[in-house]
Design a protein around this ligand. Structure first.
Ligand code: ADP
Ligand code: MG
Length: 364
């Protein structure tokens, strides 16, 4: 097992395609870290550099204190699973699992032992003598994971390994991966465009956009305190509501204004603000809808109430903006209703300006 350190690791393709603008952080030994961001943001390139499949343009990569930047893939103690996993079609599941061990001349008795352990862990014991074509997609995916896991590497790299599975199986495999990591404790670096996958699996997530790290932290922290507009909108579904408007003051109290609607703001949010043009953020679950549109509430009109199983998404019009609130499934609110909104004051977010990079404004 190993700690992985990126030291200003950068990758430019050709003259000017900056795939990874510079990674500069450390992944703790034994942790599960996800690189997450939209397609094309540089996740796979980052992972391929760790694997040694892509040569960095500059910077260094260290496993513990060992510089592995120039090493061939086979000389790094890593195992990798890709989205499109290729099992050897003419080999049985057992032979597929054993293949890497045979190449490394692991003795037969130990091979058998490891196959048994991995097969039990992944629940593939009944299929060991089958060929890949005799397996379902999910079973094949587990074999592909097993083939990497059996090696007991220092670092385990996974590039969208669940993307080819249907939704239900993906949720199931997500849980299995988490269990697996808890059991083997190997450092895992996981690449996904799916923020929910990253949030549910990881100790820490690294949010990337256009080759640049936007925020690193535990999922709860990134969700509760997004560093900028990009992270605020990318993490969480439905996305955080963001309302463009102005900061001003009344009677020494800061407030947000837009089209005649005002939202009082806690001092903690505004103390560090120097901009007037801001985005006010509130997550759908932090909005409470009341029947009255009294003084202390924000008047809104309901466009549509959408039932999504255990909850409802209420689409609202507030001062000419569309926002979404999340309520219990039994909420009586209906399209056309005039309602009042309460924004939980301790769950408000404020961003300086309106660009993607607009930084969160925070006191202290
Ligand atoms: N071999 C390559 N040659 C040129 N450009 C590449 C190559 N591989 C990736 N890129 C570019 O680098 C950027 C990041 O790609 P990638 O790391 O695959 O993103 P992700 O995995 O996040 O979808 C993209 O703009 C992509 O087009
Ligand atoms: Mg990719």
């Amino acid at each position: 097992m190993a700690r992985v350190r990126f030291d200003k690791l950068r990758k430019v393709f050709g003259r000017d395609v900056v795939a990874v603008a510079g990674l500069d952080f450390e992944i703790a030994d034994g942790s599960f870290v996800s690189l997450v961001g939209p397609s094309g943001c540089g996740k796979s390139t980052a992972l391929r550099m760790i694997a040694g499949l892509e040569e960095p343009t500059s910077g260094r990569l260290l496993f513990d204190d060992r510089d592995v930047t120039g090493l061939e893939p086979r000389d790094r103690d890593i195992a990798m699973v890709f989205q499109s996993y290729a099992l050897y079609p003419h080999m049985s599941v057992r032979e597929n699992l054993e293949y890497g061990l045979r190449k490394r001349r692991v003795p037969a008795a130990e091979r058998d032992q490891r196959v048994a352990r991995i097969a039990a862990m992944l629940h593939i014991e009944p299929f060991l003598e089958r060929k890949p074509r005799q397996l379902s997609g999910g079973q094949r995916q587990r074999v592909a994971l097993g083939r990497a896991l059996i090696r007991d590497p220092e670092v385990f790299l996974l590039d969208e390994p669940l993307s080819n599975l249907d939704a239900k199986l993906r949720v199931h495999m997500r849980a299995e991966l988490a269990t697996l990591h808890a059991r083997v404790g190997t450092t895992m670096i996981y690449v996904t465009h799916d923020q929910l996958e990253a949030m549910t699996l990881s100790d820490r997530i690294v949010v990337m956009s256009q080759g640049v790290v936007q925020q690193i932290g535990p999922p709860e922290e990134v969700y509760a305190r997004p560093a900028n507009r990009f992270v605020a909108e990318f993490i969480g579904t439905p996305s955080m509501n963001l309302m463009a408007g102005e900061l001003d003051e009344e009677g020494g109290k800061a407030r947000f204004r837009r089209n005649g609607v005002t939202v009082p703001l806690p001092d903690s949010l505004t103390a560090a603000a120097d901009a007037r043009q801001v985005l006010l953020g509130i997550r759908p679950e932090d909005i409470r809808i009341t029947a009255d549109s009294g003084e202390a509430t924000i008047p809104a009109q309901v466009a549509v109430a959408e039932l999504a199983g255990a909850e409802k998404y209420i689409y609202l019009d507030v001062a000419g903006m569309q926002i979404i609130a999340r309520t219990d499934a039994d909420s009586p609110v209906r399209g056309g209703d005039r309602v009042g909104l309460h924004f939980r004051p301790d769950r408000l977010h404020l961003f300086d300006g309106t660009s993607d990079e607009a930084k969160a404004i925070r006191a202290g």
